[in-house]
Design a protein. Structure first.
Length: 201
């Protein structure tokens, strides 16, 4: 894994890149950048492990369907997050060649990383990095998706075995949409925040 090469490739594709050895330093950096904003968060174990909901909530209105305020529903929060000034998500796979891969169930997270915000932060631990786009897609389907399905209590073959994707047709399937960012989409500022630790799935 060559972090410098990854950074160069991401920057050549229009992404700003920041790197931190520790998740605490990465979380502090992100919180320093975002003040007085409406912030949407995608479903992410990485963001949860970094404590970003709690920390960002000190100075921002944070919208996350993992933390539903009293009197609201998950659908209410998801809808509000779509119009946030800033959006944070992790990724399922990131190629050293610069492509970024995400798989989604409802589509809220992948949609939000494509359009609708002033700035998008994509946060990833080094465990998400793969040599090329094909292996990033493989990782997303076979490494990231099974433990996520198990975490969500889904009744899919991958949730039972947590070993690989079975390309199932189960009603509980969470792999319903896959997005590859070949370049940073226009009309929005994108920043990749790399953490030199293993985070998420």
């Amino acid at each position: 894994m060559d972090i410098r090469k990854l950074q160069e490739n991401l920057e050549s594709r229009g992404f700003k890149v920041s790197y931190f050895d520790k998740k605490e330093d990465g979380a502090q950096y992100i919180c320093n950048q975002i003040t007085g904003q409406k912030v949407g968060l995608g479903g992410s174990v990485t963001l949860d492990q970094m404590g970003l909901y709690e920390r960002l909530s000190e100075n921002n209105e944070v919208l996350w369907h993992w933390r539903i305020p009293e009197g609201q529903t998950g659908a209410d929060v998801l809808k509000a997050a779509r119009s946030a000034d800033v959006y944070l998500s992790s990724v399922n796979g990131m190629a050293e060649t610069g492509e970024i891969v995400n798989i989604d169930n409802t589509g809220n997270r992948v949609a939000a990383t494509l359009y609708g915000h002033k700035k998008v932060y994509l946060v990833a631990g080094v465990n998400k990095i793969t040599p090329d786009m094909e292996s990033a897609i493989y990782r997303s389907r076979n490494i990231a998706a099974p433990p996520n399905a198990r975490r969500l209590g889904k009744k899919t073959p991958c949730a039972v075995t947590a070993d690989k994707c079975y390309d199932c047709k189960c009603p509980d399937r969470i792999c319903r949409g896959l997005v590859v960012l070949w370049e940073a989409p226009v009309g929005c500022e994108y920043e990749v925040v790399l953490i030199g630790e293993e985070l998420g799935y």
